[in-house]
Design a binder for this molecule. Structure first.
Ligand code: ADP
Ligand code: MG
Length: 401
């Protein structure tokens, strides 16, 4: 593996959560023409330039009544006023600032046209600022991803050989582009079906040497929070971890209602988790990476009247629970306090989530899962004592009426 001299970022799905917006408006445009946006169509379009993406959808769905150009015009008209609403994905600022601080050059190579890039980042100028003049857009190169043009273009402009470039990507086509450019690539997959991606390694360690070859250089990590610079020669390690946990910046503040879950927490695992209601989750979950977190918690209201002035430690799982093959995402704090077996369904729950512990893992069997969760709880109990996390214990958000 070669020393990393240039980090190249993709935009959509990696820096910005634009997928929700795009899918929403693409769905309504297609519906007005009598078609459904299938997951296959999403998979083949993601990461490409807008017109290439629509052409892929037209081909995949055998659409004859309307052209890709027209579909693009209709969806752009709907999307333009909303681009700035896209949120920044977790871990983005941490990485951008870390490498900026250490003078590692960073570039942006996106399929998005220049005008759309400016609209998407209009209220986030700090992001664009990170890249200086090292940005290239879909309308500034001859061929879009999965062709390697944009990556080769930006490497040349920066004066860095492709083998010294590390690309951060979320889409199969972008990953292919990076590999064909002869670069190393980290994939933070936005597609749940990993088979969509070029041949890769599923661990955080780079598979083989960088520099060309279909299966040479791509490695998957669950989220940017799991990016470890130590796996790459030339990249400085993070200094912000607290006993291997990562402080969330900013912390998340969530209010919700405790609802019935799958009933397996206490019964099957001996670990009760207070599931949050779907309504309060929608926004929080859109921004949350699946994984295990720690933080502070207050409960009040039905069944929890006596605890309204108390703040408890909690360890929380966000995600699909791979061991149980769950379809819907959930957010489930295990409050690290013994409530004597009583339930408080319907109570109001307030959370300040401060640290990320680890990605969600698929354990072989329930025994190993239980052991790991107890280990997570021990870590949470300990790190929450640290000033960086402990200062949220008395936060007004948790205790005010
Ligand atoms: P469910 O699947 O309905 O969430 P669980 O078996 O996970 O059921 O139990 C969770 C419920 O147990 C919570 O909703 C809450 O009412 C209660 N409970 C009791 N002690 C705790 C605790 N320490 N942490 C979280 N929930 C608890
Ligand atoms: Mg539960």
């Amino acid at each position: 593996m070669k020393e990393v001299k240039l980090l190249i970022w993709d935009l959509d799905g990696l820096i910005l959560e634009t997928e929700t917006l795009v899918i929403k408006y693409a769905t309504s445009v297609l519906q007005s023409h009598g078609y459904d946006l299938t997951s296959d169509a999403i998979a083949c379009s993601i990461g490409k330039r807008p017109l290439d993406a629509w052409q892929a959808v037209v081909d995949m769905l055998n659409i004859t009544s309307v052209t890709a150009e027209q579909l693009l015009a209709e969806s752009e008209a709907l999307l333009t006023p909303h681009w700035h609403e896209a949120t920044v994905l977790p871990g983005v600022y941490r990485l951008l600032i870390h490498f900026k601080t250490h003078n590692i050059p960073q570039a942006l190579a996106t399929s998005t046209p220049r005008a759309t890039l400016l609209a998407k980042l209009s209220n986030k100028p700090d992001i664009l600022h990170m890249f200086g003049d090292l940005t290239v857009c879909g309308d500034e190169v001859e061929r879009g991803k999965p062709h390697p043009d944009c990556y080769l273009h930006i490497a040349k402009r920066a004066g860095v050989h492709p083998s010294h470039c590390l690309v951060l990507e979320d889409s199969p086509s972008g990953c292919q582009a990076a590999i064909d450019a002869g670069m190393q690539c980290i994939i933070v997959p936005s597609m749940t079906d990993k088979a969509c991606y070029p041949k890769h390694s599923t661990t955080a360690i780079i598979n083989g040497e960088g520099g060309g070859g279909r299966d040479a250089a791509a490695a998957m990590i669950p989220s940017l929070l799991d990016f470890n610079p130590l796996h790459f020669p030339g990249l400085p390690p993070f200094k912000d971890t607290i006993c291997s946990t990562i402080p969330l910046q900013p912390e998340w503040r969530i209010k919700g209602t405790v609802v019935k879950g799958f009933g397996r927490g206490s019964k099957q695992l001996g670990i009760p988790t207070a599931n949050l209601d779907a309504a309060s989750l929608s926004r929080a979950l859109a921004e949350a990476v699946t994984g295990i977190y720690c933080g502070w918690c207050n409960i009040r209201g039905p069944g929890a009247e006596e605890y309204s002035d108390e703040v408890f430690k909690m360890v929380m799982s966000v995600g699909f629970n791979p061991v149980f093959k769950q379809k819907q995402r959930s957010m489930e704090p295990w409050i690290l306090h013994d409530f004597g077996g009583s339930d408080f369904y319907g109570a109001e729950i307030r959370l300040i989530v401060v640290g990320y512990l680890r990605p969600e893992l698929d354990f072989e069997g329930v025994e190993k899962l239980i052991k790991q969760i107890h280990n997570d709880a021990d870590v949470a109990r300990e790190v929450l004592e640290r000033e960086e996390y402990g200062r949220f214990r008395n936060d007004g958000f948790l205790l005010e009426d």
